[in-house]
Each structure stands twice: as structure tokens, then as C-alpha cells.
Design a binder for this molecule. Structure first.
Ligand code: SAH
Length: 260
């Protein structure tokens, strides 16, 4: 019998409703599901069929995860590896795909809503604004995982674009130092979203470079949080906003002629 497929499915940021329809349908016909314990809301497994084998990978090593998936793919047509947010960001996608490739188990990936996007949604923020910034960087500061050459926050922040800083809520002193070294002023707005999209648990902290660490400490926010530094923060209240060309009456594009 040919092996089943191992689907790496983005579970989304926490709200079980934020999984894709495709991801939910795969769960609904999965023979086995291995979820990444720490952040994936267990409710995401609520669509699993009766008899589906469901396990948490929290206590497993990489070898055990791969062995578990390979064994289940031998028995089931559909095996799901459920990951937080989108599998392409700060997950273990490639290191788990490699051993599956090595034994010829087919793999496929279903994208998910990243916590970066859920954090923007929670705070009604746009990462891009015309004439302010047209670029967003997904990054982190060095913890146990070092930052590669050229990717220090000082260097990235020099672009003055939007920075979504993952995995760094306990390292706010490093975030602060990097932004300062890049010349961001004390009053630069900084946003922290804790448990973005988690029903009843989401918290939003709005501060500045000078205040955000203290505000998070006072709020007891020490995990599962996105740090966003961006020149677009606060734009909702700006009286003068450069508008997108798309809806500009003087701008012609494929779907509409200029009317002025
Ligand atoms: N693949 C995931 C990221 C995993 S790394 C994604 O696309 O979102 C884990 C980090 O993601 C955490 O340290 C935190 O910075 C962020 N994170 C994950 N879920 C979050 C949530 N619901 N709210 C805020 N940040 C979250």
C-alpha cells in the first residue's frame, strides 16, 4: 500500500475559526493528527472525526515526531501535522519534511493565518501605508537562536519600515536597544499583542519605545506576544493621510478610468 500524505496545516493564531476551510476539511478526514502543543489551541482539533488518533508533540524530539508521522502515514490516507499560525514562519517545517522525503512519504502544506496578521487585525493596524512604508519585515531578536549576519534589529530597523518581531517578548530590552541604535526616537509607537485572536484572552498594549517594556511588565505579558514597531502605528488618528492610488479619482487603472 502506498503511504498517505502528511499535511502540514497552519492552524492559525489561536481562534479556532481562523483555520482555513481547507485545513478544517483535512482535519475532518484525518486518520491521525499531531499538533504542536505550546501555542495551537486544542480547539482546532474539534473537527477531528471519531476514532482519529490525536497527539501532542510537546514532549517529543524531532526524531520521534518524524517517526510518529511516518508510522501514521503507513496506516492512514490523511495525516495532519497542525502548526501554529503559518507553517512557513518560525516552525520546524523543513527539518520534519526532510526525514519524510527520505522515506518517500508525500507531504503538502496548507498555509495559515500568521499571528503577525492576527495582531494587525486585533489592533486595526495596516502594515503598509502609501508614502509611509511599503515594506514589512518578519524578524526576531537573538535568543538561543543567533541572528545571521546582516539581520540584527539595528540593521533591519534602519529601513524605517514595519517590523513584526516574533519570539521576543522576554527580550524587550534587546528590541529597545536595536531600535534605538537605528535611531528610532523615544516616542516611536510600539505595539504588543498578547494571544492575538484567542477568544477572551487577547490583550493589546500600546506604548512607545520608552514605555513598552514597563507597560508589558505591569501587564504581566511575558509570553505568546507579537511586538510591532512601525511608522504606520497610530495612523487611524492622523488628519492628513496619503491615500492609495487605487481609489484616487484622478488615477486610471485596469478597472476604472480617471474621473477628474
Ligand atoms: N508560525 C507562527 C509563529 C510561531 S513562533 C505564526 O505564523 O504566527 C511563536 C511566536 O509567534 C511567539 O513567540 C509569538 O511572538 C508569536 N505568536 C504566536 N501566536 C501568537 C498570538 N496568538 N498572538 C501573538 N503572538 C503570537
Amino acid at each position: 500500500m502506498s503511504p498517505g500524505t502528511v499535511w502540514f496545516v497552519g492552524a492559525g493564531p489561536g481562534d479556532p475559526d481562523l483555520i482555513t476551510v481547507k485545513g478544517r476539511d483535512l482535519i475532518a478526514r484525518a486518520g491521525a493528527i499531531l499538533f504542536a502543543g505550546s501555542l495551537v489551541n486544542e480547539a482546532a482539533t474539534r473537527w477531528a472525526p471519531a476514532g482519529c488518533e490525536i497527539a501532542d508533540s510537546k514532549g517529543m524530539t524531532l526524531e520521534q515526531i518524524a517517526a510518529w508521522l511516518i508510522a501514521r502515514a503507513a496506516a492512514h490516507q490523511t495525516v495532519v501535522r497542525l502548526q501554529t499560525g503559518d507553517p512557513a514562519l518560525y516552525g520546524t517545517l523543513i527539518e520534519v519534511v526532510q526525514p519524510l522525503d527520505a522515506v518517500g512519504v508525500p507531504v503538502a502544506v496548507v498555509p495559515g493565518v500568521s499571528s503577525a496578521m492576527a495582531s494587525a487585525a486585533a489592533a486595526v493596524v495596516s502594515f503598509t501605508l502609501p508614502e509611509v512604508t511599503q515594506t514589512t519585515i518578519f524578524t526576531r531578536v537573538a535568543g538561543r537562536t543567533p541572528m545571521p549576519e546582516g539581520e540584527s534589529l539595528r540593521e533591519l530597523a534602519a529601513h524605517r519600515c514595519t517590523l513584526c518581531i516574533f519570539l521576543s517578548i522576554t527580550l524587550l530590552h534587546k528590541v529597545e536597544a536595536g531600535l534605538r541604535e537605528a535611531g528610532w526616537p523615544d516616542d516611536a509607537p510600539v505595539l504588543v499583542v498578547h494571544k492575538a485572536s484567542w477568544p477572551g484572552e487577547e490583550r493589546i498594549v500600546r506604548g512607545t519605545l520608552a514605555t513598552i517594556k514597563q507597560l508589558c511588565r505591569e501587564g504581566g505579558i511575558v509570553s505568546q506576544a507579537m511586538v510591532i514597531a512601525s511608522p504606520t502605528l497610530g495612523a487611524r488618528g492622523w488628519p492628513e493621510l496619503a491615500k492609495s492610488k487605487l481609489y484616487d479619482a484622478a488615477f486610471t487603472h485596469r478597472f476604472r478610468r480617471a474621473s477628474v
